[in-house]
Design a protein around this ligand. Structure first.
Ligand SMILES: NC(=O)c1ccc[n+]([C@@H]2O[C@H](COP(=O)([O-])OP(=O)(O)OC[C@H]3O[C@@H](n4cnc5c(N)ncnc54)[C@H](O)[C@@H]3O)[C@@H](O)[C@H]2O)c1
Ligand SMILES: O=c1ccn([C@@H]2O[C@H](COP(=O)(O)OP(=O)(O)O[C@H]3O[C@H](CO)[C@@H](O)[C@H](O)[C@H]3O)[C@@H](O)[C@H]2O)c(=O)[nH]1
Length: 330
């Protein structure tokens, strides 16, 4: 039986994908250096603690485990940090991806699923991006991911790789059964920050920008539940295993919510009286970023199961309560 190598499988999104893979009976090996991941998030798979840029280690894993496909989540992901320290991002997200790809080519592993991002589009005209929208990242994080996309495209042209590039929009929510979740320390993402405040972990919450040209003046994003996103990865794997061609696909629901709508939903679901301040725009934030996501449905037969902001918030909040109870017990 062949194995899937999942890099970054101890992280937020990777751990949800690993859980779905193992529930389906797939054999999985996770490679993660735990810089932002957690060993106990890896369920149903072997965890190897190591760096994805370590070519000797990766080559050994590919052959010893008879790997037939790679899912590559390992990355640094904090946009403002990428602006302050770009080489950290080019090093981990681009150079390490290059090393991983070199190992795959050498070992003849030619199925690759890559975690890309809506950040490759930058600030698309009209706030809606399809896969052919010009790629104009406005921060090093987005550029570091785009460079990885380019390597994959060129390997595809050279006949050395078939790939599915998944461009995630705003990923949120957690395992509805509460077994794993988003534990990222020092989180900056709106939904996580709002849930942390709702459970008392933060004293307040800021809205960054109330003067955007949007109906309520705040930024609009396309929030996709992590379980739906994980399901898209399993479909991408099936596509490559049945000799499907290389694809680049947006992952979102095709509609969005404003910052105020997200905060109102967290307030309603949690019952907490949130302390919200209004602050100036955060540098580099587009007013609106929504996926045109028809291609994902058409090409992989994917249909969302959790396209419901309240459900997303309920699952995120349940995980935050779990973390708060665990911390209180320590
Ligand atoms: N969260 C989002 O909304 C979002 C949106 C778009 C794209 N993405 C992409 O999805 C992927 C997963 O993101 P996440 O939100 O789960 O982040 P995360 O930080 O929870 O997960 C990343 C994982 O990669 C590991 N890692 C990092 N560098 C490594 C290295 N050199 N070697 C081995 N392991 C390493 C970390 O320890 C962590 O477990 C990333 O590639 C990210 O760019 C995330
Ligand atoms: O405390 C906060 C945090 C965020 N926001 C706003 O909320 C929206 C969403 O912000 P955030 O949750 O930080 O996500 P994005 O900045 O949209 O970026 C995320 O989503 C991208 C894909 O769209 C990914 O590529 C990035 O990795 C990921 O950080 C934006 O309008 C922010 O200005 C606030 O008002 N207050």
């Amino acid at each position: 039986m062949s194995t899937i190598l999942v890099t970054g499988g101890a992280g937020y999104i990777g751990s949800h994908v690993v859980q779905q893979l193992s529930e389906r009976g797939e054999r999985v090996v996770v490679l993660d250096n735990l810089v932002s991941g957690f060993a106990d998030a890896v369920r149903g798979a072997e965890l190897v603690v190591g760096n994805v840029g370590d070519q000797a280690l990766v080559s050994r894993l590919l052959t010893e485990h008879k790997v037939d496909a790679v899912m590559h989540f390992a990355a640094h992901t904090v946009v403002p940090e990428s602006v302050r320290d770009p080489l950290k991002y080019y090093g981990n997200n681009t150079c390490n991806t290059r090393n991983l790809l070199a190992c795959c080519v050498e070992a003849g592993v030619d199925r690759f699923i890559f975690s890309s991002t809506a950040a490759v589009y930058g600030t698309p005209a009209g706030g809606v991006a399809d896969e052919d929208t010009p790629l104009q990242p406005i921060n090093p994080y987005g550029s570091s991911k785009l460079m990885s996309e380019m390597m994959l495209r060129d390997l595809g042209t050279a006949g050395a790789m078939r790939y599915v590039i998944l461009r995630y929009f705003n990923v949120a929510g957690c395992d509805p059964l509460g077994r794993i979740g988003q534990s990222t320390p020092n989180a900056t993402l709106l939904l996580k920050v709002a849930c942390e405040h709702a459970v008392g972990k933060r004293p307040g919450l800021a809205i960054f920008g109330t003067d955007y040209d949007t109906p309520d003046g705040t930024g609009i994003r396309d929030y996709i539940h992590v379980e739906d996103l994980a399901a898209a990865h399993l479909r991408a794997l099936d596509h490559l295993r049945t000799d499907g061609e290389s694809l680049t696909l947006n992952c979102g629901y095709g509609h969005g919510y404003s910052v105020r709508e997200v905060i109102d939903t967290v307030r309603r679901v949690s019952g907490a009286a949130l302390q919200v301040t209004e602050q100036p725009r955060r540098a580099g934030d587009p007013p609106m970023l929504i996926a045109r996501a028809d291609r994902l449905r058409q090409r992989l037969g994917w249909t969302p199961r959790h396209d419901d902001l309240e459900f997303i918030v309920r699952t995120a909040l349940a995980w935050e309560r779990h973390l708060a109870a665990r911390d209180a017990a320590r």
